[in-house]
Design a protein around this ligand. Structure first.
Ligand code: NAP
Length: 274
């Protein structure tokens, strides 16, 4: 998929939340062998070093990868953000990031605009290719656009069958921002067992996760599934040889519920700040 800054982004990425240490290294190396090139990490996941190590041990050129990391809330102030970007690159052992996101807006602290300005300046210095955000609401997006003149390339938000987030997917689309889905499988939740999903899995001879990931993709959303299981890693990528009908996409949309968020994290309230 092509982003609003002209760079391309892989249509399925690999999530690394809670994948850490030596065991995590083996899992990410396996994911790379399965063909994943988009690797999604964050300073808050405490695994940027491991992700960089997996890239090096793959023996493949760095340019073959699309590496994303995220700025924690405690570093939103301009100078802190500038240093956080540099420290992330040292930990990863890379000299640029493909995509860097503000992890959460923390609107009550009100420093996300200067964080974005630091990212724009790091982009000009070649440290980041594409700059984006995560968990941003329309008013946060508009402040960034109005105050810096730059539209984020990506907004990574919670999307899964119990929280289809239609509102934000449309808001991103209106502004030319690519939506990425975090917890695209609802964190392996009961959604996988929903009869609608199970019936479609039978119809298309796919598994439940593939149906959900294809639903994301046909909505124009890039899923970032995580798996420590090699069989799951492989099948989660194999979603492009069948097509759901519009009615089937709507049927999955209907599973959404008002309290469907995996952890109840409201972007206007939630503060990851250690
Ligand atoms: N920006 C943000 O604020 C934010 C927040 C949360 C997450 N994220 C990112 O999004 C990524 C994904 O979200 P997530 O890790 O919360 O959840 P997820 O990808 O929705 O779900 C992961 C769970 O699903 C299971 N699973 C994966 N493939 C499966 C399959 N084919 N069949 C059955 N179960 C399967 C995994 O178990 P197995 O290991 O056994 O396969 C794991 O327990 C994260 O890793 C992180 O990179 C970002």
């Amino acid at each position: 998929m092509t982003m609003n800054d002209g760079y391309t982004i892989p249509e399925v990425q690999f999530g690394t939340y809670q994948i850490r240490g030596g065991a995590g290294l083996q899992q990410v190396m396996e994911a790379i062998k399965q063909g994943y090139r988009g690797l999604d990490t964050a300073t808050n996941y405490d695994n940027e070093g491991m992700v960089g190590e997996a890239i090096r041990r793959s023996g493949m050129p760095r340019a073959h990868f699309f590496v994303t990391s995220k700025l924690p809330g405690k570093y939103h102030q301009y100078d802190e953000a500038t240093m956080a970007i540099q420290e992330t690159l040292y930990r990863l052992g890379l000299d640029y990031l493909d995509l860097y996101l503000i992890h959460w807006p923390l609107p009550k602290r009100n420093h996300y605009v200067e964080a974005f300005q630091a990212m724009i300046d790091a982009q000009k210095r070649g440290l980041i290719r594409s700059i984006g955000v995560s968990n941003f609401e329309p008013e946060h997006l508009d402040r960034l656009i109005n105050e810096t003149g730059v539209t984020p390339a990506v907004n990574q938000i919670e999307v899964h069958p119990y929280w289809n987030n239609e509102r934000m997917v449309n808001e991103d689309q209106k502004r030319g921002i690519v939506t990425e889905a975090w917890s695209p499988l609802g964190r392996g939740s009961a959604a996988l067992k929903e009869p609608v999903i199970q019936d479609l899995a039978k119809k298309y001879d796919k598994n439940a996760a593939q149906i959900i990931l294809r639903w994301h993709s046909q909505r124009g959303v890039i899923p970032v599934p995580r798996s420590s299981n090699l069989v799951h890693q492989k099948s989660n990528k194999d979603i492009f040889d069948f097509k759901l009908t519009d009615q089937e996409i709507q049927a999955i949309n209907q599973l959404s519920k008002p309290d469907g968020r995996v952890d109840g994290q409201d972007p206007n309230e939630y503060e990851e700040f250690e």
